[in-house]
Design a binder for this molecule. Structure first.
Ligand code: NAD
Ligand code: MLT
Length: 544
């Protein structure tokens, strides 16, 4: 498949026409832009599913979606010419990113176009919840006049706990000042010093939960944020707390929320998003008198839809014509020659970042990334961006991409120190990274075998030869006979197949470090069983 720049060159010479398929209802601003662009043929057919969708996108060079179209592996396989998937909105959880990346398809989103609207919906929810506006209107419409039944709560001098202090969280905090509210924030990936906003107090999650009269979540849905607010967290909250979720269904555990409402600990909840969308009509949360809700309307304003529609259309056109790649969530932006050489290096550095993020603890303060060998003849910034994307994506989800990774890291107060040397040591070309966090400095190093296969060659003091692929068990263990057998037995009896394995140790009989690649996943109970082994000091799962 040609690179985008090569493709751009070709299209300038031959005036090639690109087919753009729009599969969800898109605001007219973006459609107009596409229709008026020379060399773009638009097909606007929202609502197709299954075989009809596959047939319709067979000849598409780009597809533009919102949240309804599920771009599954099968859809991607059917779209044989597909180069770009453009998402008008933030979340790309409706796209099989792995399948797209494997095919070299760029997936891009529009992370800023709906920030204001989502923050405004959050405040609509907080106000409506406090004053029971939806319930009161239903009663009024039934001919009732029950004023005392709808006595609400004032916001003035109350504490709002904001979980996730990114674009939307910050916007929500800005409005809180107008109501005279105290703002408590929890975001382990943002340092208090890097935040310019005044009147915001950073606190550990449990402290926030104990103080807040309102708890609102604004994180992406990731394995770490799934069930972030569950039974234990509700138990810490003040009696009478109100909960708002305008981020993603599943960040607040729905069963635990229902119990907390029934017990009276939670006075009310406002939900824009649900684990299952649309939720079943008999979903008990929707039947609960203290719950109000909207059908995923965070971005449903004229302005936000216009913004994301035009932004995605412009981004897709620029990328198709090889001009520029903006807001890609899966592929670095590179010119043709650099792309050919650097793409496998970018894959490696992103994996080094992912490894650092999942293996080590604490808030990241500093990244020192040193490139050595001939590869340094090229610009290294895209590789650093790829490293930071890997490092930040477990925290930021799909909103961090190759384009915004460096500014996002700086915004978080992370110092980036990039250096190059043509001198080589053990490897002809290598990337060595020290990451300093609030709990220490951690080191990893990687290289490419045969100029294409990523390898982790050092973790801390351990020399390794690890393949950063799929699911890996990272085990710190006593260097004693029998360890491999014991761990192999546990995995084997639970049907988890070992695909690859590498061991490093400092000194015979002391501590060793193993990276064990497995097929599929490692269930939590298997991980627990491994933890009980005497020779195991620590075990973590790293997902590449
Ligand atoms: P963002 O990336 O700017 O901010 C997300 C923040 O969450 C980051 O600061 C990150 O550090 C923080 N975070 C990540 N993991 C965390 C954790 N475990 N605990 C606490 N904080 C954590 O994203 P954004 O634009 O503010 O969007 C936030 C979410 O809102 C996204 O998931 C998006 O899908 C959702 N969203 C919903 C709607 C809607 O229609 N309801 C509209 C837009 C966005
Ligand atoms: C998003 O991720 O941008 C939001 O969920 C809004 C949407 O696309 O509906």
């Amino acid at each position: 498949m040609p690179t985008l720049a090569e493709q751009g060159e070709k299209s300038r010479v031959t005036q090639e026409t690109f087919n753009v398929f729009v599969s969800d209802k898109l605001d007219a601003s973006g459609l107009r832009f596409l229709e008026q662009t020379n060399g773009i043929r638009v097909s606007n057919k929202p609502g197709l599913k299954g075989q009809e969708l596959k047939d319709a996108i067979r000849g598409a060079d780009a597809i533009i979606i919102r949240s309804e179209t599920k771009v599954t592996r099968e859809v991607i396989e059917a779209a044989v010419r597909l180069k770009i998937i453009g998402r008008a909105g933030v979340g790309v959880d409706n796209v099989d990113l792995e399948a797209a990346t494997k095919r070299g398809i760029i997936v891009m989103n529009t992370p800023e176009g709906n920030t204001k609207s989502t923050a405004e919906l959050t405040w609509s929810m907080i106000l409506a919840l406090s004053r029971k506006v939806p319930q009161a209107f239903v009663s009024l419409r039934q001919g009732e006049w029950k004023r005392s039944q709808f006595t609400g709560a004032e916001l003035y001098r109350k504490a709002i706990g904001i979980i996730g202090f990114g674009r939307i969280g910050r916007e929500v905090a800005r409005f809180a000042a107008a109501f005279g509210m105290k703002v408590v924030v929890y975001d382990p990936f943002i340092s208090a010093e890097s935040v310019k906003q005044v009147n915001v107090t950073f606190a550990p999650l449990n402290d926030l939960l104990k103080q807040a009269d309102y708890v609102t979540v604004h994180t992406p849905l990731t394995p770490e944020t799934t069930n972030l607010i569950g039974k234990e967290q509700f138990a810490l909250m003040k009696k009478g707390v109100r909960i708002v979720n305008c981020a993603r269904g599943g960040i607040v555990n729905e069963e635990a929320l229902l119990s907390a409402l029934n017990e009276g600990r939670v006075a009310g909840a406002a939900l824009d998003v649900f684990i299952e969308e649309p939720p079943k009509k008999d979903n008990p949360l929707l039947q609960h008198p203290a719950v109000i809700g909207t059908p995923h309307l965070g971005a449903a304003t004229v302005e936000a839809q216009e913004n994301v529609s035009l932004e995605v259309a412009e981004q897709v056109v620029d990328a198709l014509f090889g001009k520029e790649i903006r807001n890609s969530v899966n592929i670095p932006s590179l010119d043709a020659e650099s792309a050919r050489v650097l793409r496998p290096w970018a894959v490696l550095t992103e994996k080094l970042g992912l490894l650092q993020a999942q293996l080590f603890e604490g808030d990241v303060k500093r990244v020192e990334i040193r490139y050595s060998g001939e590869v340094t003849a090229y610009k290294m910034a895209p590789l650093t961006a790829a490293f930071l994307k890997g490092l930040l994506s477990p925290m930021c989800g799909e909103s961090v991409n190759f384009i915004n990774a460096i500014p996002t890291a700086r915004e978080r107060g992370i110092t980036i120190d990039e250096s190059t040397t043509t001198a080589t040591e053990d490897f002809a070309n290598a990337v060595a990274v020290h990451v300093t966090t609030s709990s220490g400095t951690y080191f990893v190093m990687g290289t490419l075998f045969g100029n294409k296969e990523a390898r982790i060659v050092r973790i801390g003091d351990y020399d390794m030869d690890a393949i950063p692929h799929g699911t890996v068990l990272a085990v710190t263990n006593d260097d004693k006979p029998g360890f491999i057998g014991e761990i192999g037995t546990i995995l084997g009896k639970n049907g988890v197949n070992i695909a690859e394995m590498t061991l490093g140790r400092r000194q015979e009989g002391k501590t060793a470090f193993a990276m064990i690649n497995v097929d599929g996943n490692v269930p939590a109970k298997v991980l627990e069983e491994i933890r009980t082994l005497k020779k195991v000091q620590a075990v973590k799962i790293v997902r590449f």
